[in-house]
Design a protein around this ligand. Sequence first.
Ligand SMILES: N[C@@H](CCC(=O)N[C@@H](CS)C(=O)NCC(=O)O)C(=O)O
Length: 209
Amino acid sequence: MDELILWGRLNSINVQKVLCTIEELAIPFQRIDAGLQFGVNKTAEYLQKNPNGLVPMIDDNGFILWESHAIMRYLAKKHDTSGQVFPTDPLLQAKIEQWHDWYNTVCWPPMRSLFWGYVRTPEAERNAQDLENARQQMIKVLTILEEQLGKFKYVACDQFTLADIPVALVAYRWFNIPIERPSFPNIERWYQEVQKRPSFVKYSSDPLS
Ligand SMILES: N[C@@H](CCC(=O)N[C@@H](CS)C(=O)NCC(=O)O)C(=O)O
């Protein structure tokens, strides 16, 4: 059987979601650097497979798929037969999907502003008011997460699942940019646990870039 191919650079949050999923499930794969300085994702050949010109994208023996959460869930449906990170209960699956959608619509937009502002924008070019607005918005977002993690050990339920991966990658960014942070004890307890997992040690411990 041909090996799974993943396109995407290591410092992309969306690529990291897929890498952590692959690591959690011990799926053999090869990775092709693509995006930003590596290019590749704007070539005609790539655009034919993914017209968005974004990473990640996978080729699983001829089956092309893009959108990080769709890729994570596809890989789990194929490889996670014991429900290790994607439980077989349809209700739990729906909760995981809910948190994936929440990440896209609620959580990532303000975190993206903070991440690009502090990590990828030279200090002299930063807009202090925009950054403060994003920080305030992010505090509201994390208040929702804090409450959820007061009820459950992990984001979707009491077990680590695919819902934790994107949100923990956001938490890594939140805790590693130079901002003032209010105390969120439940998030801090959960984050310490997730950061110890070999998948996060491998793919979410480098300095942000
Ligand atoms: N909704 C998409 C977003 C993908 C996306 O925005 N990818 C970024 C990297 S995180 C990208 O490809 N940026 C252009 C580049 O790296 O050249 C997903 O979840 O996969």
